[in-house]
Design a protein around this ligand. Structure first.
Ligand code: PA5
Length: 446
């Protein structure tokens, strides 16, 4: 595996006997997962997805991606939560956070419907002016308000610009295979549709059409991504945490949590890791934050955030632990130039590769944070590639399931997300919510 867990900086925080004590719980979590007898076992489709996926649809995704690449300058991807974070994470990680601004032969890709903002919508409409546009709307339920509103806006734009028949060729829908308004509507309109499998929840869906269509449009090798995930699926089957880094990560999180380390900070040293961290935050936050339990998932990009949150991590409330993703080979080099006059006193760095400086900053920071009482888990990643990212995505999904079962929650539901939706629907006057509206209005008036 191109991923290795390094826990040597935990030695002053976690004793050997603690690994031994938690092993039985890891074995039980593995049994619940593998025998499909744990909570939420209807949503385990992601476990075998890297090999057991719809091959016909996979081929259709690649054909649709080519069609989008040929026919448009801009792809607008409409979705929220698990219906957009995975695609955005993979595109920014493997291409660039500046993907849209860089020279390329693939369309710009913008994400919409993940907030409620007139500014964001107007700006995106402006960006689409005078350019050929395609739309990929993604919603498993087909009823989520944020993407539904954005889709109404972009459908109108597409029909005005290309006529109903032209729009039909440029709108791609990813939703439930049979249920929901979006599915019905797409069938009526004749849009090409892709499926969010019944047994895969939104935050575990990056390797379904949800993630794969936008990722393929960006020109990323989706076959390599799936192959990487498939290799992780085979590698992480042994429940013994001395032999399974993925399960060891899940175990360590719980050991640290029980010591009062209730916030995990995912640390990256490259700006291209920002959205991967966001994907990870949703995966762990929505899977584990329930029953008044769970580790709060936070994230930082260093060195940037060493100059904003660094003080807190070093010296603030000691309820933190860090997980650092250290990517050995990103594929880029940059040598620091020499200045014969040495006006800035930086010649001790002349000729040094930026990657060397980054690595040094990383090691210095890890040691300082460990000295400050912050346990550091390091995940060593050999290289930045589609294959290895596929491994990493699967690593985190599987660890999340095991960790959630050790914690004693259902890692595959998200009842808490419904509460705000119900209140919002009622306050917006959606039919069927009249009683709740009355109650909420009383509370707001008081
Ligand atoms: O992970 C999840 O299940 C959620 O984040 C959903 O993806 C999100 O709420 C969007 O739901 P939908 O795809 O039904 O519009």
């Amino acid at each position: 595996m191109a991923i290795k867990l390094n826990d040597k900086y935990l030695s002053s925080f976690v004793g050997e006997h603690e690994y031994r004590h938690i092993q039985a719980q890891v074995t039980e979590a593995d049994r619940l997962l593998r025998t499909k007898s744990g909570a939420g076992s209807d949503f385990l489709g992601w476990v075998d997805l890297p090999v057991n996926y719809d091959k016909e649809e996979f081929a259709r995704i690649q054909v649709a991606a080519k069609k989008i690449q040929k026919s448009c300058d801009v792809l607008v991807v409409i979705g929220i939560g698990g219906s957009y974070l995975g695609a955005r994470a993979v595109i920014e990680y493997l291409k660039s956070p500046l993907y849209n601004a860089l020279k390329k032969d693939t369309p710009d890709i913008y994400f919409a419907g993940n907030c409620i903002s007139a500014d964001a919508l107007n700006e995106l409409l402006q960006l689409c002016e005078g350019r050929d546009v395609c739309v990929n709307v993604i919603s498993k339920s087909g009823t989520t308000t944020e993407p539904a509103v954005a889709f109404r806006v972009f459908r109108e734009l597409m029909e005005k610009k290309y006529g109903k028949d032209g729009a039909k060729e440029r709108i791609f829908v990813t939703t439930d295979k049979a249920r929901g308004t979006l599915k019905q509507f797409s069938t009526e309109k004749g849009y090409e549709t892709f499926v969010v499998p019944d047994d895969v929840g939104g935050r575990f869906s990056v390797l379904t059409a949800v993630g794969l269509l936008p990722i393929a449009v960006a020109g990323i090798d989706v076959v390599a991504l799936m192959e990487g995930a498939a290799s992780a699926r085979v590698a992480y089957t042994n429940p013994d945490i001395s032999k399974n880094d993925c399960y060891r990560y899940a175990a360590l999180r719980n050991i640290l949590y029980r010591k009062g380390k209730t916030t995990e900070i995912m640390v990256g040293y490259e700006p291209f890791q920002t959205m991967l961290n966001e994907w990870w935050k949703q995966l762990y936050g929505e899977s584990e934050g329930k029953d008044q339990k769970g580790i709060f998932p936070a994230s930082v990009i260093f060195s940037t955030d060493l100059h904003s949150l660094g003080q807190f991590v070093q010296d603030g409330n000691r309820n933190l632990f860090e997980t650092v993703i250290d990517i050995a080979e990103t594929g880029s080099r940059f040598e620091i130039p020499d200045d014969p006059a040495n006006v800035d006193g930086l010649n001790f760095l002349s000729g040094k590769n930026i990657n060397y400086v980054k690595k040094t900053a990383m090691m210095g920071t890890i040691l300082a944070h460990v000295d400050g009482g912050v346990p550091n888990i390091i995940i060593n990643v050999d290289e930045k590639s589609a294959f290895v990212l596929g491994e990493l995505l699967y690593f985190f999904e599987l660890a999340c399931a095991i960790s959630g079962y050790i914690l004693g929650v259902n890692p595959f539901d998200q009842p808490g997300v419904e509460s705000y939706k119900k209140n919002m629907f009622a306050l917006l006057g959606k039919p069927g919510y009249e009683e709740l509206l009355e109650k909420l209005e009383k509370r707001l008036k008081n």
